[in-house]
Write a protein that binds this ligand. Structure first.
Ligand code: IPE
Ligand code: IPE
Ligand code: MG
Ligand code: MG
Ligand code: MG
Length: 310
């Protein structure tokens, strides 16, 4: 486990355990849910994962003076949306991956039709959990609107479309962002990463802050932190596809190159990609300054995003 996470006063593991047991509670489906669908949904949710987005919801809520208990339904809702996005991302029609969270991917286990439907059901269950369990109802409605915007056509789904569209469209002369074409590609890449990964990560911060009834200034501050950490997170994801270890990551490596994906290392090289991720994490931490002590755990989490190897 990374050193920066060990610095979190309440360990990452404890937070993960809390999220895991709440997910099991909230995923309690009635007898009209076909057994096969229940199994496929639980399979991917219970496969673990870092639980970064729910932990961000909890930490943001606490940083704004709220409780983890109040934030837990939103934390689980965003993890359900994220898990659905992974199931669909791995489908043969998308990234065509066979390993996820250390297990065969959902469609490998249950078939493509069930994987698509398990994803659909996780997405809708997420909104059921958010709408019915976040209190008061007005805040629940705001949270549903935030999550829908972040996950939808101009957010994660839009980013996934742009990601697929950009496959095999790497400029032949990618030369450290110096020429006009490369600069345009960096702008395109940033826009893909901002939508496919950044919006959901940023939303995690906003949800936590909303539930704690944070003021507008704090919401904006956390939104900016989320944008920086979100992009840094996807840059490190791109780097780990080149440099990482499949066993530690629980997913295949080298797939971005195989698919000709537009990624940071493909466009800017390893060193420049690392430098950009580090600069974003620095900026994220500077943004937290007004929160003083209340921002410490979010600061540690930003460093984890940079240093992670899983
Ligand atoms: C993987 O997300 C997909 C990206 C947005 C890069 P995570 O790396 O957070 O995956 P899990 O949840 O830990 O499995
Ligand atoms: C996926 O990005 C982002 C999602 C919305 C799921 P990637 O395709 O790079 O994620 P991994 O590398 O498969 O986890
Ligand atoms: Mg993908
Ligand atoms: Mg993928
Ligand atoms: Mg990736």
């Amino acid at each position: 486990m990374s050193e920066s996470i060990a610095l979190l006063p309440q360990t990452w593991k404890e937070l993960q355990t809390d999220v895991d047991s709440a997910l099991t509670r909230y995923l309690c489906l009635d007898e009209d849910c076909p057994a096969g669908l229940r199994e496929a949904m639980s399979y991917s949710v219970n496969a673990g994962g870092k639980r970064l987005r729910p932990i961000l919801v909890l930490l943001a809520c606490e940083a704004c003076g709220g409780t983890a208990e109040a934030a837990m339904p939103a934390a689980c809702a965003i993890e359900m949306v994220h898990t659905y996005s992974l199931i669909h991302d791995d489908l043969p029609a998308m990234d065509d991956d066979e390993l996820r969270r250390g297990r065969p991917t959902n469609h490998v286990m249950f078939g493509e039709a069930m994987a698509i439907l398990a994803g659909d059901a996780l997405l809708t269950t997420a909104f059921q959990v958010m709408a019915s369990r976040v209190q008061p109802a007005k805040v629940a409605a705001e949270c549903c609107a935030d999550l829908a915007a972040a996950a939808g056509a101009s957010g994660m789904v839009g980013g996934q479309v742009a990601d697929l569209d950009a496959e095999r469209r790497l400029p032949e002369t990618a030369n450290n962002g110096q020429d006009h074409d490369a600069q345009r590609s960096v702008a395109l890449l940033q826009s893909i990463h901002r939508r496919k990964t950044g919006t959901l990560l940023t939303c995690a911060l906003t949800l936590g802050a909303r539930i704690a009834r944070a003021d507008t200034q704090t919401l904006q501050l956390l939104d900016h932190y989320g944008r920086c950490v979100g992009l840094a997170f996807q840059i490190t994801d791109d780097l780990l596809d080149v440099l990482g270890d499949a066993t530690k990551l629980g997913k295949e490596v080298g797939k971005d190159t195989e698919h000709g994906k537009l990624t940071y290392p493909a466009l800017l090289g390893i060193e420049q990609s690392r430098a950009q991720a580090a600069a974003l994490v620095d900026e994220a931490c500077r943004t937290l300054a007004p929160l003083v002590e209340r921002g410490r755990r979010l600061e540690a989490l930003a460093h984890f995003v940079l240093e992670r190897d899983f």
